[in-house]
Design a protein around this ligand. Structure first.
Ligand code: GLP
Length: 245
């Protein structure tokens, strides 16, 4: 695991975008899993700029969606699908046939999860995951207490996620379940980049990086991954004190 602390959100986002660009240059058919959420918005803006400047082709890449709110249609601005379309797919030349997102309206959610696992398996695994961290330490919708040993699954969203998640929606929205890749996917991914910025993430990052590696703080799993990079800004790092011995 490597930890990089940046002066600000801008420099963090540039570095994260460079990570994606450099992989796609090296492996044009890379399998990418790029999270939705507020944290990576600037990363994706820079990614689009850099891809244009350097003429990077994403048409051979495979895109795997990290998670989705069950019951929320892709036309809803709060859905992960809507976010990804706006910030990534509308601006980079991913082929629709190589974009795999959870269908949050699927009648059989278990089948949906199994289908996603098969896609990842037959694609040869994920090359790079870029993820954020929830206020409760979740990654994707792997909520506190979720086994590190799961692939895609249906998640019962906890109270924090249901509350914090309202920020993505125009109106009060009932959120109960999520579909998510599992933490086993993260462990098996060839590389993982975890992004966090702003003071509100300082406490949970401190727990994830300095507390026990334990499902109670799902993001702590990142320390089990040898090729993981944590990118945080100074505000997040301000709470990162060594544990008392
Ligand atoms: C959300 C999503 C995650 C996201 C995380 C942090 O609920 N399920 O995939 O990475 O929480 O979101 P944000 O970047 O908006 O803080």
């Amino acid at each position: 695991m490597q930890l990089f602390i940046f002066d600000d959100y801008e420099s963090l986002s540039h570095r994260a975008a460079d990570e994606i660009i450099s992989l796609v240059k090296q492996k044009p058919n890379a399998v990418l899993c790029l999270a939705a959420g507020n944290t990576p918005v600037l990363t994706y803006k820079y990614l689009v700029q850099k891809a244009r400047d350097e003429n990077i082709d994403f048409s051979n890449c495979v895109f795997i969606g990290l998670d989705e709110w069950v019951g929320i249609p892709p036309e809803n601005e709060g859905s992960c699908a809507w976010f990804l379309r706006k910030n990534i797919f509308n601006n980079l030349n991913f082929l629709p046939s190589r974009i795999h997102l959870f269908d949050a309206l699927a009648v059989d959610l278990h089948t949906e999860c199994n289908a996603m696992d098969r896609v990842i398996f037959y694609a040869g695994g994920i090359d790079l995951m870029v993820v954020g961290i929830g206020m409760n330490g979740h990654i994707g919708f792997n909520e506190p207490g979720t086994s590190f040993d799961l692939y895609s699954h249906i998640s019962q969203l906890d109270a924090t996620t249901r509350l914090v998640g309202q920020k993505y929606f125009k109106e009060q929205t009932s959120l109960g379940l999520g579909l998510t890749l599992g933490l086993k996917h993260l462990l098996e991914s060839k590389k993982v980049v975890l992004l966090a910025n702003g003071r509100s993430k300082a406490d949970i990052i401190q727990k994830a990086l300095l507390g026990e590696i334990n499902p109670a703080v799902p993001a702590s799993i990142i320390r089990r991954h040898t090729e993981s990079i944590i990118m945080i800004d100074k505000e997040v790092a301000s709470h990162l004190k060594q544990k008392d011995n």
